[in-house]
Design a protein around this ligand. Structure first.
Ligand code: NAP
Ligand code: GLV
Length: 311
């Protein structure tokens, strides 16, 4: 099946070249814009597509992303309403995210930022430490990745709360919350807040001053969902007034983060360049193959997002 490879930000074909070569007998991948035989294109592999990208492919049936979040494809103005958008669900990615989040929770719990500063200042001073059981962590989003992150943190001894859109019965040892009222009940018992939500109209701008002030004083934010979900000015104010003691930021409203942005040199912010976890090459290739098979069978591809709810 012919597949257009589309991105205005990354060279997907060279990044996924080896994985695409392995499935070349099933998927013929061609860089966008496909000039010869665009009408034969039935699937696309896309990440941050050009706004008019999909106009060129009248017989497109599905667009596969290269990540868990499909927001940048769903936002493309030329995406026809009938086309399925398929995200990657990769247990190895969830595992990597669980390690990333655990590292940052422990960074906060064990005061490692202070130790780094003490090392620079050649100060030998032991700090008072708290057990994991004294540091409640709450996770916004109890989906494929949030679930793995929650289990990992609970295994490390942290009290863990999870928040979803629809009510869930959480795994043993976790407390589940849902909806707006549930969010504020959970925040009252939150020292570390981890964002693992998809970007939708409901979650855009969700993490704001009201959320920060509902958390325990001196709390910590781990921002691993999407940048647009957090109000930057409210984060800076919460750090300034001490409501938050720090934040780990992996995602930003504008990526790459502009060189003159205050986050680069903020003493309470630890940054990574949208690299909390990777999807494996194999998972991307498998998603394309499974999507092509479903299209041939006239079925909805596995992991197609619900376009009406936005994830
Ligand atoms: P998922 O399986 O679709 O789970 C999404 C979760 O968010 C579900 O529990 C869902 O609730 C909840 N949710 C959605 N809208 C909500 C709302 N308005 N209020 C409360 N909860 C809401 O997604 P996933 O695979 O876990 O991935 C989650 C997100 O993580 C991705 O969309 C992406 O933004 C981010 N991510 C970031 C990186 C990175 O490198 N930084 C890597 C991977 C993923 P229900 O269970 O009720 O549906
Ligand atoms: C990364 O941000 C992803 O959505 O997989």
């Amino acid at each position: 099946m012919r597949c257009a490879v589309i991105s205005r930000k990354f060279d997907l074909r060279s990044y996924y070249g080896k994985a695409l070569a392995k499935i070349a007998d099933r998927i013929e991948s061609i860089d966008h814009p496909v000039t010869d035989g665009a009408e034969a294109v039935r699937i696309a592999l896309a990440w941050h597509p050009h706004p008019d990208a999909f106009e060129r492919y009248p017989n497109l049936k599905a667009v596969c992303t290269i990540g868990a979040g499909a927001d940048n494809v769903l936002a493309c103005p030329s995406l026809p309403p009938h086309v399925n958008v398929v995200r990657v669900v990769d247990p190895a990615q969830a595992e990597m995210m669980a390690g990333f989040v655990a590292w940052h929770v422990i960074w906060h719990q064990r005061k490692f930022a202070t130790y780094m500063q003490q090392q620079r200042d050649r100060i030998w001073r032991r700090l008072e430490q708290r057990p994991a059981s004294d540091v409640p962590v709450s996770i916004l989003g109890y989906g494929k990745i949030g679930e793995r992150v929650a289990t990992q943190l609970a295994g490390l001894g942290f009290p863990v709360n999870v928040w979803s859109r629809t009510p869930k019965s959480a795994a043993p040892g976790l407390r589940a919350f849902a909806g707006r009222n549930g969010l504020f009940a959970m925040l009252a018992e939150t020292e570390v807040l981890v964002n693992l939500l998809p970007l939708t109209p409901e979650t855009r701008g969700l993490i704001d001053a009201e959320v920060f002030s509902a958390m325990k004083h001196g709390g910590y934010l781990i921002q691993t969902g999407r940048g647009e979900q957090m109000v930057e000015a409210d984060l800076l104010a919460a750090l300034e007034n001490g409501q938050l003691s720090g934040a780990s930021l992996d995602v930003f409203a504008v990526e790459p983060l502009p060189a003159d942005h205050i986050f680069w040199h903020h003493p309470q912010i630890l940054m990574t360049p949208h690299d909390a976890c990777d999807v494996s090459f194999t998972a991307v290739a498998n998603t394309l193959v499974a999507t092509a098979a479903a299209i041939e069978a006239g079925e909805i591809p596995p992991h197609a997002v619900d376009r009406s709810r936005g994830y």
